[in-house]
Design a protein around this ligand. Structure first.
Ligand code: BGC
Length: 441
């Protein structure tokens, strides 16, 4: 049996990612809480993982004790700026304590400034549809960065602007007042302006800052590569879902299926690119889906499916994602800012982790500049419209008792972090079913 270890470069960041609303609990002043109380989600966030009650301490201990040297979390705008004219200094102090907590545990923080939640006052004025949104976001960002800069220099402005916009304004799954492709285009343009303003503001305040955003990137293949309609649909979906932010940051023009928008301010506004990768979509032409621009997105029936079939385990896709990013932005540092799977029984997660990290290692070996990997997630947390029905944590959470339940993947990921690599012994021990794929004879 072959024996080998796929090592990563020195200084590689190994961590997990979380988001305020999903872990803090009692976030009563944002639009998601309102959405939950009005019956749009599968259950409510409630106490979530009780991080606001202080349980971040024990969860950061878990992360540090299992070898993680980084953590990505988000700050909650609705706590920090509960009304347009007030700042909650206590809330900022709590985030400072969390950042100190990470530093004391030897972990590098990445702070996300917007992860799907908006304060209610912002939502009521029509949120990111409003022309003042970018300026208001910049004001918030300035306040946060001034307060937290002592402990953090790695900033993620906006998490998955494409998912935020399409899940809300097109699919109607996330809280919004209006729907439609034109509104979505406006929201994306404002998010881009907000991102660009934040990028410049952060650099003004902190010279050494590294600023980027997290892109949910979906590689896509045509259902039948010989079918011109499937190929056309694949290209429309691919550009519509993936390209708004990247095109504006490359060339100052946001590409959108509803027409392009010139946003010169956005050009070059990234010091790194964050990539959230989960799976690959297959696209077929489907006349019955005008809402989705006549494209059906699905996973083939013979896929290696996750617990609720939300994700198909397609590890090559993370390599293709990194390759795309490297081709698009040569030499730009990359972080995998999210990658993970919902799997309450931890049947798939060990192989999902090993196979994806193996692909990241392949990319690093091509000298693609990947600097870190943040697994989604540290503990089970509130999965937006899907509530508690999906479990993405390395540790499970019993929502009633707040008890943490260690899944086998914890030990695998701990070994990877501590070794700064993936070994044949690890694969043999935690997911022997993929041994030959990862260590062929
Ligand atoms: C989001 C996370 C979410 C994860 C799993 C990503 O799109 O950034 O907030 O929990 O996917 O669904």
């Amino acid at each position: 049996m072959p024996q080998a270890t796929y090592h990563f470069p020195r200084g590689f960041l190994w961590g997990t990612a979380t988001a305020s609303h999903q872990v803090e609990g009692n976030n009563t002043n944002n639009q998601w809480w309102m959405w939950e109380q009005t019956g749009h989600t599968d259950g409510t966030s409630g106490l979530a993982c009780d991080w606001w009650g202080g349980r971040w301490r024990e969860d950061f201990d878990r992360a540090a004790e299992t070898g993680q040297n980084a953590h990505r979390f988000s700050v909650e705008w609705s706590r920090i700026q509960p009304t347009p004219d007030t700042w909650d200094e206590d809330a900022l102090e709590r985030y400072r304590a969390m950042l100190r907590g990470l530093r004391e545990r030897g972990m590098t923080p990445m702070v996300t400034l917007h992860h799907f939640t908006d304060p209610m006052w912002f939502y009521e004025m029509d949120g990111w549809e409003h022309d003042d949104a970018p300026m208001l976001f910049e004001k918030f960002v300035r306040k946060v960065v001034e307060a937290l800069k002592e402990y953090c220099s790695l900033w993620c402005t906006v998490n998955e602007p494409n998912v935020y916009t399409l899940s809300g304004y097109v699919a109607g799954l996330f809280p919004t007042k209006r729907h439609g492709l034109n509104v979505a285009k406006r929201v994306l343009a404002n998010l881009l302006l907000g991102h660009a303003a934040a990028y410049h503001a952060i650099h003004e305040i902190q010279k050494e800052a590294q600023v980027g955003y997290a892109l949910h990137y979906r590689p896509m293949v045509a259902n039948n590569k010989w079918s011109p309609l499937d190929r056309l649909m694949r290209n429309i979906q691919y550009n519509g879902i993936n390209m708004a932010f990247p095109s504006a940051i490359s060339a100052g023009v946001m590409k959108s299926p509803m027409g392009n928008v010139r946003i010169p301010e956005a050009k070059g506004t990234q010091d790194y690119l964050g990539l959230n990768y989960y799976s690959v979509d297959t696209i077929a032409f489907d006349i019955t889906r005008p809402q989705e621009l006549f494209g059906k997105r699905y996973y083939p029936d013979d896929s290696d499916f996750s617990g609720t079939k939300f994700i198909a385990n397609i590890p090559d896709g993370i390599f293709d994602t990194i390759k795309w990013a490297t081709r698009t932005y040569p030499n730009l540092p990359l972080y995998i800012t999210e990658n993970g799977v919902e799997d309450a029984d931890d049947k798939m997660r060990p192989r999902y982790i090993a196979q994806h990290i193996h692909q990241v290692w392949r990319a690093v070996n091509f000298n693609f500049p990947v600097k870190g990997y943040f697994h989604w997630s540290l503990v089970d947390n509130f999965e937006w419209e899907r509530g508690w029905t999906q479990r993405f944590g390395l540790w499970g959470v019993d929502v009633e008792t707040q008890k943490r339940i260690k899944r086998p993947s914890v030990d695998l990921y701990a070994e990877i972090c501590k070794e700064n690599g993936l070994s044949s012994e690890m694969v043999q021990k935690y997911c022997p079913e993929v041994f030959e794929k990862l260590f062929p004879v």
